[in-house]
Design a protein around this ligand. Structure first.
Ligand code: UFG
Length: 342
């Protein structure tokens, strides 16, 4: 393996990790997938292998397991890491904060320690637009001030950003990029990989597709009294394949030493806000079906509206979201149909 063309993907069996692995391989990188499968399924790795037409090197390791990580770093040659591995359920984090602080902070610390020990330079980190809270001015730029987190999950994203910032300040050999994702949705066009939520989905699009598949009776729309186009909350929904390509662009930037500073942050969104109802209608139209839905009160902790300013990512990463919302919602439905044999 060529060290500079090999990427370690921690959390590579997860939703965004699996799509990113596909894009990395298709861009000419070799990928080592690492995942403890605590919130992912080995079938995702098989799905990726089918798409790329080759076997992947896979390690079933928990990033918190320092000895196992040390051994793997010793054995393999790579110069870039994408660190996806983290818990991500906002509600669960409120009920089990220590689970989130323990896992999400410790795993990054181990990754950074191992990078230092084994002279691995490049890190791409999964951050989130959750760090902005409800911004006063939209769209949000990377300069928009962060706000106090409203959940332990959101707090771990802020703390992880700070851990990278401080480590990069102390150690100029660390080259790092945090990508602040907006709302990733959709699936690979092959329908071989997609989102696999465990239990009742908390996120909108998996709930929509499961309702369309008859697994859920009714979609609940949380709140129609927001100050938005139709009263429902507005988000920037980004196609997961486009998001995956942003990671390839970030890895390229690190490998080509194009960074302006050794810790950079980019928003990864489309730049367009869409309301919940707009998304539901677009899903119905493109897939030619009707969804059962009802309006209910606002969900606690939800913000009213957010969407990204993406100029920095467009100009510096040379990346832009390309898929239309229709293509993305079609891919989400195709994935659900394939899963349920519909
Ligand atoms: N929604 C519904 N019904 C549902 C599910 C969601 O109406 O059954 C609404 C929500 O109230 C919200 C919108 O759809 O207005 C989007 O909700 P999601 O749960 O899909 O996404 P969030 O924006 O709440 O959360 C996402 C990620 C988090 C991340 C956050 C950053 O899931 O990990 O974006 O803002 F922290």
């Amino acid at each position: 393996m060529n060290k500079n063309k090999t990427v370690l993907v921690c959390g590579g069996a997860g939703y965004i990790g699996s799509h990113t692995t596909v894009e990395l391989v298709q861009a000419g990188y070799e990928v080592i997938v690492l995942d403890n499968l605590s919130n992912a399924d080995a079938s995702a790795v098989e799905g990726v292998e089918k798409i790329i037409g080759q076997k992947l090197k896979f390690y079933n390791i928990d990033c918190n397991d320092k000895t196992a990580m040390d051994n793997m770093f010793q054995k393999e040659q790579f110069n870039s890491i994408i660190h996806f591995a983290a818990f991500k359920a906002v509600g669960e984090s409120v009920n089990q904060p220590l689970k989130y602080y323990n896992n999400n902070l410790q795993s990054l610390i181990v990754v950074l320690e191992m990078m230092k020990k084994h002279n691995v330079e490049n890190l791409v980190f999964s951050s989130s637009c959750t760090v902005y809270g409800q911004p006063e001015i939209l769209p949000v730029t990377e300069q928009t001030p962060r706000q106090e987190a409203t959940s332990p999950y959101g707090n771990t994203k802020q703390m992880n950003e700070d851990i990278i910032r401080d480590t990069a300040a102390a150690d100029k050999s660390l080259c790092s990029i945090a990508l602040r994702y907006f709302n990733p949705i959709g699936a690979h066009k092959s329908a071989l990989i997609g989102e696999l939520p465990k239990g009742v989905p908390a996120n909108l699009v998996p709930f929509i597709t499961q309702t369309a598949a008859g697994i859920r009776e009714t979609l609940t729309i949380f709140g129609d009294d927001y100050n938005t186009v139709d009263g429902t909350a507005v988000r920037d929904y980004i196609d997961v394949n486009d998001l995956a390509k942003a990671h390839v662009a970030a890895v390229n930037r690190l490998a080509e030493k194009k960074q302006k500073t050794n810790y950079e942050i980019f928003n990864v969104g489309t730049g367009n806000g869409r309301s919940v109802l707009e998304l539901v209608k677009a899903f119905e139209t493109v897939n030619n079906l009707k969804l059962n839905y009802k309006i209910a009160p606002r969900r606690e902790g939800d913000i009213e509206k957010i969407w990204a300013e993406t100029t920095l990512a467009n100009e510096e990463l040379g990346w832009k979201a390309e898929k239309t919302i229709e293509q993305t919602l079609e891919s989400a439905w195709n994935w659900e149909k394939k899963l349920r044999n519909l």
